[in-house]
Design a protein around this ligand. Sequence first.
Ligand code: G3D
Ligand code: MG
Length: 186
Amino acid sequence: MSSTYDRLYKVVVLGEGAVGKTAIVTRFSHGFFRTDYKTTIGSQFAVKNLDIKTKDNRRLTVKLQIWDVAGQSRFQILRPMYYRGASGGILVYDVSRRRTFIVLQEWLDELQKAINKKIPLVLVANKTDLPDRVVTPAEGREFADKQGMPYVESSAKTGEGVVDIFEELAKTLVEEHSHEDEAATM
Ligand code: G3D
Ligand code: MG
């Protein structure tokens, strides 16, 4: 049954305006995009189940509740309340606009300030389909390595890499929380 799941995680999507956050979430959730009243104040969420295989070869259904937070500065004051309770996140930039790459640290700082702890994140280099790419894969990887995050390239336009983003994050989240599961079954 698609409504049952083993794990539920809240995921936040961060990054400058127009990097493709909404496009990525929409593509991933196959039209299962749920827009609620919060759209008017800059946020909406999608829910999607993913079947993953754990390191010890168990199959788990992970339900992701993905919050697509508006990147525009006018929503800055509201964003901390969407970050609260997040288990993980994806940090997106647009490979054709260097500015969106340069400001990644500011997004990390904003998240950190709001939730006061480290949560697993995936760095996403989006719009790889564009011919006028300016941020190289090496630069993206270097930033991700420094922050200890996985690096995934995607194109919300072609769909390439989009599922990988969420699979990567779901697996990391399951590993990160595995000790809690053990405690719960003891
Ligand atoms: P945001 O939610 O981060 O603000 P959006 O960004 O998802 O609204 O995307 C901003 C614009 O970038 C949109 O263009 C969207 O179609 C485009 N876009 C998103 N992802 C990709 C991608 O991977 N490749 C390309 N080529 N374009 C992408 P419009 O013109 O509709 O505003
Ligand atoms: Mg958007």
